[in-house]
Ligand binder design. Sequence first.
Ligand SMILES: [Zn+2]
Length: 376
Amino acid sequence: MGTRAKVEALLAARAARKLDLGGRVVLPGFVDSHTHLIHAASRAEEYELKIAGASYEEIARKGGGILNSVKKLRAATAEALKGRALAALREFAAHGTTTIEAKSGYGLDVASELKILGLHRQLANEQPLEISSTFLGAHVVPAEFRAKPDGPAAYVRLLVDNLLPQVAEGGLAEFCDVFCDRGAFSWEQSREILEAGKRKGLAPRLHAEQLTRSGATQLAIKLGAASCDHLEQVNRADIVALGKSKTVATLLPGCNFHLGLQQYAPARALIEAGAIVALATDYNPGTSPTLSMAMILSLACTQLRMTPAEGIVAATINAEHALRREKEVGSIEVGKQADLAVFEVEDYREIPYYFGVNKCWMTMKKGEIVWSADSE
Ligand SMILES: [Zn+2]
């Protein structure tokens, strides 16, 4: 990259194909650092219950929520799951996203969790977008363990003694994640699982302070987690601690928007405290069924009061820090991959401004065009 004279003088430029982008806006490809890519079906049937006033936790108690997705995933074939994920990955590319993180967590038994993580690997090899794989066996306690009084403890043992070693030995995930909250896993259980993951070489990340303040943010910092995500319920001490730490504060405003919740994460306070703030879709069938980072930017601007520039930083280079790939991608720099998203706008601020409208015109991964509006 550089001036035309400098670039055209490079030896490698002789064989290069020239692309005229016609004055459009070029950004580093979006990095979506929090998705639940592999799931079997939408949960549109719960959408109307939510609109009628049922809370996310009430729906979960009635067998909906995450356990509903678990039931559907266990019944689905690997081929069906893969087909659905491939279609989603094409959509991610069409919206300017070039790298995603993907979590397991809708299997919650040995075979199903390994099936999801195996699909992450296949998908990473068979289509152009990069996939960073995260093991989220600790999403919730599955139904078959809930009935018994010592069930949750037995499930933690299954994760630590059986699943984690298999995930690590198979090289199936880079990260270990836990949903630390009311109705999911306690602070103590989260610590045990994440420390066990760390011993196996899986870096920690956490679903933290979404429904209640559990102390998960401080745990994430203490464990040197790559990221703690959600953060709607953080307190002042958490914000100050994040400001001093390298753990990325990943905000997921799509969840609040989809669930109709008013309390968004305190993005301004986090930025002012010096925290590394990232944005992600949390693409999942229950709380945030969007894969549009541009829509997340619109929410970041209007609901989190981030500027468009802060939003773009949070959706690219800061998100790469959350995935620990900031040396390869996340910005347009000499020495990094040419992961680019081109937008049909005159000013970068128009990307969040046209909310709900996909202005992506071309997406490039490692210098190859992987999606183009013209060829659609
Ligand atoms: Zn999530």
